[in-house]
Structure formats: C-alpha cells, structure tokens
Design a protein around this ligand. Structure first.
Ligand code: ADP
Ligand code: MG
Length: 240
C-alpha cells in the first residue's frame, strides 16, 4: 500500500504540491490527470524518493520513504518508474539493457537475469527483439522495453509518467495495451496520462490535479461523467 499524507513540496519559492493525501491499495490502478505544471510528475518522483518532500509523509508497505534511516535504493527496487522517454544504452542489446539492473543492483547471475528479462520481454511482445539494438526499435517498442526493464526488478508498484506522450499516434495503442494488461494482472500502479478514454477504461480511481492540489478524485464514471469541480469540468472540456 502507498500512503501519501499531507505532502507538500516546493522548488525554491514555488510550492508545487500543496498538501496531497492519497492512499493506493494493493492491486489498485489510480490515474492522475491535470494540466501541465499541476504537480503530477513531482508527485511520482516524491513517491519513489527521487525528490525530497518539505512536509507530510509517504509510506510504502510500512516503510517511510523520506525517513533518514530508510534505504532508498532498496525501496526503489520495489517501485518501478517509467518516464516519457528512457535512453537505453545504445551499445547494448535489448536483452542486455533489461538484464543490466537485475545483475548490477540485485547481483543476479547472468542465466537467471536473462531468463527473467526474456520472460518480461516476451510478455510485452518483444520476444523476437532480444538481440536487437535499441536504435532499431520503434518508439512504441522502446517504451515496451522500458516497461520490461522495470518489471525485471520484480517491483510491487509501477509508476508511469506520460509514457505515450512522446509517441507517434499510431504507436500509442500498443503501449496502452501493455499497461492495460499489467492492470488486469493486478499490478498496483499510478499512471499519469493524457489519454482520457484509456484512463476511463483502466482506472479504479482517477485523480484530477490542479495547481498542486488534488482537486477531485473518484471512480472514472463519477470523475468523467459527473465532475464536481469547475476546474475539473474546464480541464475535461479542454482535452476532449
Ligand atoms: P506536471 O507533471 O503536472 O506537468 P510537474 O510536477 O512536472 O508538473 O511540475 C510542477 C511545477 O514544478 C512546474 O511549475 C515545474 O516547472 C516545477 N518544477 C518541476 N520540477 C522542477 C525542478 N526540478 N526544479 C524547479 N522547478 C520544478
Ligand atoms: Mg509531468
């Protein structure tokens, strides 16, 4: 379980998270939507400890993410994160890119790491690309490789930050299908996305961020069908 309580985060004078409360239960899929600069990416980087917070607390499976005593590298192994773009190592094959962290970080042997990497690459539909170099993959294939790379660490949680935003429109679907598959398999995830129909389809709950505040959260039917706040309505009108 991810428990976020009254989290505040500033960059210098600018407060970008103004008291966020959110609990994500095991197996839940929570989507975060909202305008540019509303704090969506910052929330994800605070959850996995990439960014410190100024107030409040984030607890993942009983571990305080921002406590001094917390082994952040160990915690991060449980929380996979995939961004808009991931620069794979160009001189390594797809398989080698995916085995890198399990081998270096987890100290896994080559054979075991390759077996796990291959399993995840097959799962995301890249079973025939093991010995291919990243530059030969399409954008959609590269994003699926990034997802396989995160899964190879056996995370309990996955955070996705606009993973389809940099893709050509015709490649978006294959990546969304992969995310949907993970959701249906019970992966606990927080997704930031601009794909509203996908959010409606796949989410247990949808959170709308506005200027550093979680203005509204609800089941998709409620948030999209009967938004309670003027800001939510304005945002949804702007993206439809
Ligand atoms: P979103 O993902 O919703 O577009 P972000 O979380 O990326 O929003 O950013 C929220 C605000 O914080 C923006 O005003 C952005 O410019 C600012 N910001 C984000 N990261 C940094 C940083 N590392 N240093 C300074 N300001 C930042
Ligand atoms: Mg962002």
């Amino acid at each position: 379980m991810i428990e976020i309580q009254n989290v505040r985060k500033s960059f210098g004078e600018l407060e970008v998270l103004k008291g966020i409360d959110l609990t994500v239960k095991k197996g839940e899929v929570v989507t975060v939507i909202g305008g540019s600069g509303s704090g969506k990416s910052t929330l994800l980087t605070c959850i996995n400890g990439l960014e410190p917070i100024n107030a409040g607390r984030i607890n993942v499976d009983g571990v305080e993410v921002h406590a001094k005593s917390t082994d952040i590298n160990k915690l991060r192994q449980k929380i996979g994160i995939v961004f808009q773009q991931w620069n794979a190592f160009p001189h390594l094959t797809v398989l080698e890119n995916v085995t890198l962290a399990p081998r270096k970080v987890l100290g896994m042997g080559k054979a075991e790491a390759e077996a796990i990497a291959e399993k995840h690459l097959r799962h995301v539909g890249l079973g025939d690309k093991l010995t291919t170099y990243p530059s030969r993959l399409s954008g959609g294939q590269q994003q699926r490789m990034a997802i396989a790379r995160a899964l190879a660490m056996s995370p309990n949680y996955m955070l996705f930050d606009e993973v389809t935003s940099a893709l050509d429109p015709q490649l978006v679907g294959e990546v969304l299908e992969t995310l949907k598959m993970l959701a249906e398999e019970g992966m606990t995830m927080i997704l930031v996305t601009h794909e509203m129909s996908f959010a409606r389809d796949v989410s247990d709950r949808v959170a709308f961020f506005h200027k550093g505040v979680m203005a509204e959260i609800g089941v998709p039917e409620q948030l999209f069908g009967d938004p309670q706040h003027a800001e939510t309505r304005a945002f949804l009108a702007s993206v439809r």
